[in-house]
Design a protein around this ligand. Structure first.
Ligand SMILES: [Zn+2]
Ligand SMILES: [Zn+2]
Length: 357
């Protein structure tokens, strides 16, 4: 290689190394800015006063990359509540730049595993994110004490690791875990007000997820706006009764047709357990059309499906999932997706949809 060629190669290598180092410096600077902006973000602060629903998990026990386990955040003004703690829920809360540490209370609908399998993580994140000094209040029907005692037992070693590593000032031992606030529905009305405070009321009502008992839904009202969360249930009159005239009905939904396809495939590939489970799950959930009938009869403004069964890997399957729902209910129907935020500003009848993911 002559001198000219050597010089040329030297120049190219120098430029590449220099541009690599510049590129890395730019990347690090961008990463720093992004981290700062994520950590200081508060997407709720800029919203008007109202009820704001954030879908942190719209799936079911099925693995689904777009839909984590059942998890719904409800902001009443700036107060943050969570309904059900399915797997991935608290991670989605963080991904949406919301702070698990601000969760004021958690409400559970029932104790099927998909509704509590993210509970340990949610409880831990709520404790360590801001160093809460009192445990997370968890409301739920009978059976709650068993669940909370078990989760706290399972996390008892981790609790000590965290305190000895970070110190009591950062993770106060008094803030670890949860306080179970088990409630019993009124035997005459099958409902109960579980939280009432100024403009906010959260009540619980019995649903029909038989043989799983008890199973409940929740109604949240705040300054004239209202939401019903159905919980897991087959179509029943209690959800209809509680939903009458509400702004937003968040209803679970299972497509018997699509679940039937999985059942047929399970027969073909000789997986009898899967086939039996697919056959069984249809009878304690609500089809999208049945939920649409409830929305129509209750005259709700908007129907949002969550707890979507089975997974919908492509949006092309959505019309099949919905079946005739749109012919049954003339209001807005939306198939919930993790990251959706649905805002109900006070002093208005508006329902605004946007995304946090
Ligand atoms: Zn269930
Ligand atoms: Zn479920």
């Amino acid at each position: 290689m002559n001198n000219k060629k050597l010089l040329f190669v030297y120049l190219i290598v120098t430029v590449l190394l220099f541009s690599c180092s510049i590129k890395n410096k730019i990347l690090v600077a961008v990463a720093k800015k992004t981290i700062e902006s994520n950590l200081s973000a508060n997407p709720i602060a800029k919203l008007p006063d109202g009820l704001h629903v954030v879908l942190c998990g719209t799936g079911s026990p099925f693995p689904d990359e777009k839909r984590m386990g059942p998890c719904t955040v409800v902001f009443a003004g700036q107060r943050m509540f969570v309904f059900d703690a399915g797997t991935g829920g608290s991670r989605n809360i963080s991904r949406m730049k919301l702070n698990n540490g601000n969760i004021e209370a958690l409400f559970l609908t029932h104790y099927h595993s998909d509704h509590i399998d993210g509970l340990g993580e949610l409880m831990l994140q709520r404790w360590v994110s801001v160093g809460n000094s009192s445990p997370l209040p968890i409301y739920g029907p009978q059976g709650l004490d068993t669940v909370i005692t078990g989760i706290m037992q399972a996390y008892s070693l981790d609790k000590n690791y965290r305190i000895s590593h970070h110190g009591n000032a950062t993770v106060p031992s008094t803030g670890f875990g949860a306080i179970p606030k088990s409630f019993k529905l009124d035997s005459a009305t099958n409902k109960i007000v579980v939280l009432q405070d100024k403009d906010l009321e959260i009540s619980s009502f019995l649903v029909d997820h038989s043989p799983i008992e008890p199973a409940v839904g929740y109604k949240i009202t705040y300054k004239g706006r209202s939401i019903v969360i159905s919980g897991d249930t087959k179509k029943n009159t209690k959800v209809l009764e509680e939903s009458k005239g509400v702004d937003l009905l968040l209803h679970e939904a299972l497509s018997p047709y699509l679940v039937g396809l999985i059942e047929e495939s399970a027969v073909k590939v000789k997986r009898p357990n899967l086939q039996k489970i697919m056959k069984d799950i249809v009878n304690y959930h609500t089809s999208p059309e049945e939920a649409a009938e409830i929305a129509r009869e209750a005259k709700v403004n908007t129907l949002v499906f969550h707890h979507i069964v089975p997974p919908l890997p492509t949006s092309l399957l959505e019309p099949i999932f919905l079946g005739n729902s749109k012919q049954i209910f003339s209001g807005k129907i939306h198939i919930g997706l993790d990251g959706d935020i649905i805002s109900l500003p006070t002093g208005s009848t508006k329902i605004n949809f946007s995304r946090l993911l």
